[in-house]
Design a protein around this ligand. Structure first.
Ligand SMILES: NC(=O)C1=CN([C@@H]2O[C@H](COP(=O)(O)OP(=O)(O)OC[C@H]3O[C@@H](n4cnc5c(N)ncnc54)[C@H](OP(=O)(O)O)[C@@H]3O)[C@@H](O)[C@H]2O)C=CC1
Ligand SMILES: O=C(O)CCC(=O)C(=O)O
Length: 500
């Protein structure tokens, strides 16, 4: 039934307002991870097509930058309305290509809608500053200017939300965009681009080039006329991208992994904490950079927490996310499944105790997809690989601690710094935790996932390089600050000399 929502068999690139076949003639097949049925063919474009898109974008950007920002914002407003109108269809297609359960798919599409209206609002602000001048009859201000042509490289785990976090601020700020989505999830890119087209975005302002990271992504990173790269994905690829951009003095915004923890103190509301852990650890099958993969638990309540968690985990239904009753969907692909499986052996050999799950599901109901059983390890120590490395699957490890101070130390003792959470009723601990947790996002009495678009999204340490997606902070990635001085004194004044 839902497959009829997919109206194309072979995708095309979108350049200069036209849908065009890739000149490479090469395609990859995209499959539904819940059923392994083929959904669509996606082009594997060449480096030359990136250059073609850049030349188009350079021309289009010049006139787009001259359109008043409130008018640019109106296009985003229309994009938001169209997304809202098509929310259910988009959500079903998202579930088919990515596997996340339909409730989460709806949440992700809603995030994109929220982002459209939020960034449309920014088109009426794009605030700069005015400051007093040191001199008489002189006016001083700063304004945001577009950077030019920007490249966005997006992952498969949030194929529409992350694309909106990046493309909407870029476009409202007056840039032209080259977008390379993950090859695993091209349908959301196709649908969002069609919406832009219908919303009246001028030709050439958004150019969609499908293809592999190593060819299309790398060509974008290497292209001298793409002045910003905004990337979300794995740590290895992100570091590589950053190195290349650094050599070219190209602005680069990176959002990479996490090893996020929920801390449960001895005074916590345990049922609430269990709910938070279930949603954050097993939602999206743990394939979120904000997923909870460590639970730091006060030793006095460890056994109670284990018991309640096991009870609730037993109720989770695992299957095709289009079924409304399913809570945990499949893993994106075979490589992802094998990576998770490898960590089961690592965890056991390190001495962690496996309490639930730990295996690929291949009974009759699950054999036709990539399913992994929600997994709980306990008695993990902070230095174990399962407590340090990003697994990107429905796997969570309990680490017992004796005190609040130790919990903070364990939380911060990983290479990443994206999201953290604490369950406690003690207001003093709440405020100390939000100060001391070394992550870009802190939750109190909630899980580690569920970021809202009007706040900055990103993290410290190995999670990124100091930039943020989403919120007003995203505009810093896609604009240059320009300082403007207007001297109306009629004489040449020099600040350091003329001040009395
Ligand atoms: N922080 C997050 O939200 C995410 C983290 N991850 C982590 O990464 C692991 C592997 O996932 P994977 O999808 O392979 O992540 P990648 O980092 O490989 O992919 C992210 C994006 O980068 C592109 N890309 C890949 N290689 C290059 C390159 N050399 N230059 C430029 N762009 C490139 C990919 O293209 P393509 O795939 O089409 O080749 C994709 O669009 C996961 O298991 C997880 O640990 C993954 C996704 C999101
Ligand atoms: O969980 C969230 O709040 C957002 C997650 C996300 O964007 C990601 O995992 O890449």
């Amino acid at each position: 039934m839902s497959k009829t929502l997919i109206k194309v068999e072979k995708l095309k690139n979108y350049m200069d307002g036209e849908w065009v076949d890739s000149s490479s003639g090469q395609y990859a097949s995209v499959t539904n991870p819940a059923t392994l049925e083929s959904l669509v063919q996606v082009p594997l474009s060449s480096e030359g097509e990136v250059d073609q898109a850049v030349q188009i974008a350079k021309r289009a950007q010049k006139s787009w930058a001259l359109v008043p920002a409130p008018q640019r914002a109106e296009v985003l407003h229309r994009v938001g309305l169209l997304m809202k109108e098509r929310k259910e269809d988009l959500s079903q297609i998202l579930t088919m290509e990515n596997g996340k359960v339909i409730e989460e798919a709806r949440g992700e599409v809603q995030e994109g809608i929220d982002m459209a209206f939020y960034m449309a609002g920014e088109g009426r602000r794009l605030f700069g500053q005015t400051t007093p001048s040191e001199l008489k009859d002189k006016f001083a201000m700063s304004v945001r200017s577009p950077v030019g042509v920007v490249g966005i490289i997006t992952p498969w785990n949030f194929p529409i939300a992350i694309a909106t976090w990046k493309s909407f601020p870029a476009i409202v700020a007056g840039n032209a965009v080259i977008w390379k989505p993950a090859t695993e999830t091209p349908l959301m890119a196709y649908e969002l681009t069609k919406i832009f087209e219908e919303a009246g975005l001028p030709k050439g302002v958004l150019n969609l080039v499908f293809g592999s990271g190593s060819t299309v992504g790398d060509a974008m990173v290497e292209h001298d006329d793409i002045r910003v790269i905004s990337f979300t994905g794995s740590n290895d690829v992100g570091r590589n991208v950053a190195g290349k951009c650094g050599q070219k003095l190209k602005k680069v915004s990176l959002e990479m992994g996490g090893k996020n923890a929920i801390t449960v103190m001895d005074d916590a509301d345990l049922s609430l904490a269990v709910e938070g852990i279930l949603w954050s650890a097993f939602g999206t099958s743990g394939q979120r950079c904000t997923a909870c993969s460590r639970v730091i638990v006060h030793e006095d309540i460890k056994e109670k927490l284990e018991e309640q968690l096991l009870n609730e985990m037993a109720k989770l239904s695992i299957g095709n996310g289009l079924d409304e009753s399913v809570k945990v969907g499949p893993i994106i692909n075979k490589a992802g499944l094998e990576k998770i499986e490898k960590y089961m052996e690592i965890g056991k050999s390190e001495g962690a105790k496996l309490l639930a799950g730990g295996y690929v599901l291949n009974d009759d109901k699950h054999a036709s997809g990539y399913y992994f059983a929600p997994t709980l390890f306990t008695d993990a120590t902070p230095d174990m690989r399962i407590a340090q490395e990003e697994i990107f699957g429905p796997v969570v490890s309990l680490i017992p601690v004796k005190s609040f101070e130790e919990a903070i130390e364990v939380n911060n003792g990983v290479e990443y710094g994206l999201s953290s959470s604490i369950f406690t009723k003690d207001v003093n601990k709440v405020f100390a935790a939000q100060r001391d947790l070394d992550t870009g996002i802190v939750y109190v009495n909630a899980g580690t996932t569920g970021a809202e678009i009007h706040l900055p999204f990103g993290g410290t340490k190995g999670t990124g390089n100091g930039h943020r997606d989403s919120g007003v902070a995203a505009l810093d990635v896609f604009t240059e600050w320009k300082a403007v001085y207007v001297d109306y004194s009629g004489k040449l004044q020099r600040a350091q000399i003329d001040v009395e």
